[in-house]
Write a protein that binds this ligand. Structure first.
Ligand code: GLC
Length: 729
């Protein structure tokens, strides 16, 4: 990393002294005001509320001028002049929009992801934004859930790596104008475990699963310096996360000793009434504050009830003081008292620079995953005469922005048509036919022009179809029960394939899709996700071969919705699908389906290149290691093809026997290699034995001595296998 990052959890006696001095001057009403976050729709007397010190933070404002205006009300027209902290959803870029987070994670390049996050912070801070409501670190194993688009996928180890990378980038210490931004990992916690993949739905998981799977990325984010967290909408085992003392006090404060600010998600306190967890907003304020929420986003509870609850001795003012201290400490650390305003002229100098646009292109190129390439149809090369470019997303300037695209603008997006035009030679002919809409809301095939698409394909050397989801078909509140191609796209695809011409499909989506027909009938498939403002050029570079694909999946692709949830780190069960099973009655009984395979369409970690790699000679330095030791395992990786390529070498481990059951595989390391044709290199992993633990029967983190398996390979479904033993001492 060529920049340093700011750790907002670093203690500062000087700041603490300033906090105490200010706190001692505050009335109870002003203290409660610091615990209220509002947006422009909160109340029509917002200006007065700010002047009276009744608001501590604003979110989702538009531009430096507007933010400066509200800051002036707080700083120059309120009694104590406490500046506001300004929050915004900067999820994958600000004006320079990068690929959606699940795509960024598919780069398996934390340093690059950090760089992109720093660019987003640079572009946001010059507008006066101090608080980025990201990274979204929810582990997600259900592609029906639309918010799988916003995170780093199914795996804990990779999820932690991306959480760290994003916090480090967002909190870069060299932002323009000396400004600072604090990250806000979300949604605490286990939001991605929503039953049936329906957003906001019930979460009912064991404490062990919570501790081993869903909490580690938050701890990684805090260890990287994040000093705020956003509590989630969902309940966990009957207790809503935004009023959950186990999450907000036992884990955050007592176990982790973390002293950051807990911000509730958007009116999550008001939603306690819908949960049937609070009878009214007064009870919602009481239960959420006493559980550990510091700040009420959209303020329907705290502003109206906290002060009275203190007067009724149901909330201790000392607890109010603690929450206010955390907020004030953050505002001092952000430098808001010294520099509450921003220079509106900075935005034009910092946003959407050529350097930022080049980085968006690099991230897009490295995020795309080649899923199939039968007969090496790709790369197409540049000597093609005619390309039929078909599909509703082929010349789309909006949907590559993806969900949560902040200040992204359609005008900044390069479509696939733009990208191909930019890189194809003059004499090449591009026949562009949308063919149908992304999703057909008319109930008929309105807008479908299959004939024109078929004619274009017949007139071309190759047909490239750009298909998939609109950005609003993933993201918040956008879960899908059916994960095939929306609208008439499957019919369009089949019509073009029926021409017998070579077909390439480029998929744009915010989630894994269910594509059995396509996988069987189409020779080349590139998963491009929603690739940001440079998606079109990145796709063109990969299709024509200027860049080789190197993305690797961070979520398993299901063969059908019936398999979901499907993820590689599952438990073995007593009758594993790959076992002989048990003869019961007259048939072998195993944990399988009668009508579907048990393996995914594409496994976690999977992706093809334009070359091939071979793995050999796995070596384990010591077959026995102690609990405080390090397992050293290596293997040779060779580029066995005829062009250079990037391979993401992955290392997995399995704890064969435990006092609780353990996953059949867990990612414990990855390294990226660029190898020239014929080049081979030994890749070495040093895995601290301490990292092989889990929460045992007493829910204590332990590493148990015993037998382990280890793999080094290209994805979760294959690799060279070895064994080692962990000894007590
Ligand atoms: C939304 C989302 C959260 C976002 C917040 C503010 O409902 O759940 O991710 O940061 O509100 O926009």
């Amino acid at each position: 990393m060529n920049f340093i990052s700011y750790d907002f959890n670093t203690a500062s006696p000087e700041i603490d002294a300033r906090v105490e001095a200010l706190l001692s001057r505050m009335t109870l009403a002003e203290k409660v005001g610091q615990l209220v976050q509002a947006n422009l729709r909160w109340r029509d007397d917002l200006d007065d509320q700010i002047r009276q010190g009744r608001v501590g933070s604003l979110l989702s404002l538009n531009g430096a001028e507007q933010i400066n205006r509200f800051q002036r009300l707080a700083v120059e027209e309120s009694r104590l002049g406490i500046p506001l902290i300004i929050g915004f959803d900067v999820i994958h870029g600000f004006r320079t929009v990068f690929p959606i987070p699940i795509a960024e994670a598919c780069t398996w390049d934390p340093n690059l992801v950090s760089q992109a996050a720093r660019v987003a912070a640079m572009e946001a801070c010059v507008e006066g934004i101090d608080w980025i409501f990201a990274p979204m670190v929810d582990i997600a194993r259900d592609p029906r859930w639309g918010r799988i688009a916003e995170g780093a996928g199914e795996d804990v180890f990779l999820g932690c790596a991306m959480a760290r990378a994003l916090v480090v980038g967002f909190q870069a210490a060299d932002l323009p104008g000396g400004r600072r931004i604090v990250a806000c990992p979300k949604h605490y916690a286990a939001y991605g475990a929503a039953e049936a993949g329906k957003d906001y739905n019930t979460v009912d998981i064991s404490e062990r699963t919570l501790r081993d799977t869903y909490l580690p990325p938050f701890k990684a984010a805090f260890d990287a310096g994040a000093a705020t967290v956003m509590s989630a909408f969902n309940e966990i085992a009957g207790v809503p996360a935004s009023a959950n003392p186990f999450l907000l006090k036992t884990i955050l404060r007592e176990t982790w000793g973390w002293e950051g600010v807990v911000l509730s998600d958007f009116d999550a306190l008001g939603e306690l009434l819908h949960h049937g967890f609070a009878a009214d907003h007064r009870e919602a304020a009481l239960r959420s504050f006493n559980a550990g929420v510091d700040m009420d986003m959209m303020g329907n509870a705290f502003p109206y009830h906290l002060a009275n609850l203190v007067r009724e001795d149901l909330v201790e003012e000392a607890q109010i003081d603690s929450a206010v201290r955390r907020v004030l400490r953050l505002k001092f650390a952000l430098g808001l008292f010294e520099q509450p305003y921003t220079d509106p002229a900075l935005a034009a100098q910092v946003q959407l620079t050529d350097e930022h646009r080049e980085m968006a292109l690099e991230v897009a190129q490295k995020s795309m995953v080649l899923l199939k390439n039968e007969g090496n149809l790709l790369p197409l090369g540049t000597d093609l005469r005619t390309i039929a470019l078909i599909g509703p997303l082929a010349d789309d300037h909006h949907n590559p922005l993806g969900c949560w695209h902040a200040r992204g603008r359609d005008a900044d997006v390069e479509s696939v048509l733009d990208g191909l035009r930019a890189v194809l030679p003059e004499e090449a002919v591009l026949l562009h036919v949308p063919g149908c809409a992304i999703e057909d809301t008319t109930g008929g095939s309105a807008g479908a022009d299959f004939d024109a698409a078929v004619s274009a394909a017949l007139a071309a050397d190759v047909a490239v179809l750009v298909l998939g989801e609109a950005e609003m078909q993933s993201g918040e509140a956008h879960s899908r029960a059916h994960l095939g191609l929306p609208g008439w796209q499957q019919d369009l695809l089949e019509a073009v394939v029926a021409t017998g011409k070579p077909v390439v499909v480029v998929l744009m989506a915010g989630r894994p899709l269910v594509l059995p027909w396509m996988v069987e009938h189409v020779p080349a498939i590139l998963m491009a996700w929603h690739g940001g403002i440079r998606a079109g050029r990145a796709i063109a570079d990969i299709l024509l071969g200027a860049v080789a694909p190197s993305g690797r999946l961070v979520v398993s692709f299901p063969r059908s919705e019936g398999q979901i949830p499907i993820y590689y780190g599952h438990k073995s069960t007593g009758r594993p699908a790959d076992s002989e099973g048990v003869i019961q009655f007259d048939r072998r009984h195993r944990s399988v389906y009668l009508d579907e395979a048990s393996t995914p369409q594409f496994p976690f970690g999977y992706g093809l290149s334009y070359t091939t790699f071979a793995y050999s000679d796995l070596q384990i330095e010591a077959s026995e290691v102690t609990l405080d030791g390090v397992v050293v395992v290596s293997a040779e990786v060779a580029n066995t093809g005829d062009r250079a390529g990037v391979e993401t070498v992955q290392c997995y481990v399995r704890d064969l026997v435990g006092n609780v059951t353990r996953p059949v595989k867990e990612l414990k390391g990855f390294q990226q290699l660029t190898l020239a044709p014929g080049e081979r290199r030994r890749v070495r992993f040093e895995i601290p034995v301490r990292s092989l633990g889990f929460h045992n029967l007493e829910l204590r983190y332990v590493v148990e001595p015993g037998d382990f398996r280890v793999w080094i390979g290209p994805n979760a479904a294959e690799g060279l296998q070895g064994e080692f033993v962990v000894k007590d001492s």
